[in-house]
Design a protein. Sequence first.
Length: 86
Amino acid sequence: FAAPCLQARKDIVLQAVLRDVDGLAFAAPQLQADRELVLAAIRREGAALAFAAPSLKADREIVLEAVRQDWRCLGCAAGALRADRD
């Protein structure tokens, strides 16, 4: 856990998620919705998708990056993408 002021600092959260993607779970909501930050976390470990904001769970590129690493990440994707056969 970190103080709220640290949970909202992108530079601190980025360093945390590059060490352990579970750190994204403790990030401020606006950082869980930060595409660049979430994509960096997902590139490290697809399971980080579980901690992304709903808007990013509906982002095709983000979800595909996670699913490339582990197909089970599809379970965290928005319903519309789970149903999409493309």
